[in-house]
Design a binder for this molecule. Sequence first.
Ligand code: FAD
Length: 322
Amino acid sequence: MSGPTPQTYDVLIVGGGGAGSSAAQTLVRQRHTVKVFDTQKYRFDPSYILHGLTAADGLSPKEYISKIHSELSDYVDYSVSSVEIVKIEKVDTLFQATDKAGKTYLGRKVILAQGVSHIFPALEGYEAAWGKGIFHNLFSQGYYANPVTGHAGVLGMDLMTMPQFTLHLCHLSNQLASAVTIYTNGNTNLTAQLEPSLVNKPWKTDNRKIKNVALKTAGQPPMVITFEDGTTVTEDFIGHAPISKLNGADFAQQLGLEINQAGDYAIFGPFQETSVKGVYAAGDNMTMFKALPNAVASGAQAAAGVAVALQEEKWGLPPVFG
Ligand SMILES: Cc1cc2nc3c(=O)[nH]c(=O)nc-3n(C[C@H](O)[C@H](O)[C@H](O)COP(=O)(O)OP(=O)(O)OC[C@H]3O[C@@H](n4cnc5c(N)ncnc54)[C@H](O)[C@@H]3O)c2cc1C
């Protein structure tokens, strides 16, 4: 005897951070049924305060997440499970998601909003200081440094050995500090490439090999850099962007999604549809501008496209937006 037919949701959303929750809210306001899966490991977790998102400026990550989840919990068409989705596949006209325990869920559309994680450089003390004294997004972090007397460091490691990225963080750091030193960790090739751009700017390079980095006091900057020769230097903060990778199982491989040069999902059209019809991407996983306001906006944008597509399919209409 077969069991009860599982519910088919209008939309399955993988990830309940800023992007996934914003997508969910947009969809339930149109009375679409939404199932969100969220393992609740948000990228901003190491931070103690959030900035840059209107009306959420100054909230802690925990306050922000509990606020969005309590807003959504009132909607009858919304449900969330804190399970990890390990597989997504197309089954006839629907999508089937499978969680780690083997439970399956059916949906007409999928929004991937599972975020990204970082691959930190192999440098002692980096991970503990990440988000507390080492910053990659200087629109939201580093604001409290002193732009008149302060001094910032930029770490020329991994992704930041590409001169255009190193210099980009120098500009942003210099808005928040009077002078900037680029620590190349012995990479004299990087120094040679950067030097023409440093002329007449309060920027310089330091080629000493780094032993470790540490917060001077628990939880917040300044940062102390200790070199292999035993010398140290203190910086108000350090600018550095680590390499990122898509979170979760290899949904790209499972669904045949195209990946762009940056390693994010390739998206097409105004609503961030991936290369596979019916699968959309939102948040950090599809843009180089990996910040909360962009994640929230892109969640709503993907959801708007999904809502239109669902209506078109329901009434057998041709796509309005191609
Ligand atoms: C230290 C730090 C501080 C930051 N501070 C700011 C700031 O002040 N202002 C700002 O604008 N930006 C900030 N950011 C950037 C911001 O965190 C991200 O841009 C934003 O969180 C992206 O939202 P998202 O919804 O795409 O991903 P996330 O918030 O990372 O959410 C993704 C969710 O999906 C879940 N998930 C992943 N895989 C699966 C799966 N297979 N099944 C189920 N769930 C899954 C994850 O556990 C997570 O809960 C900061 C980043 C860092 C690293």
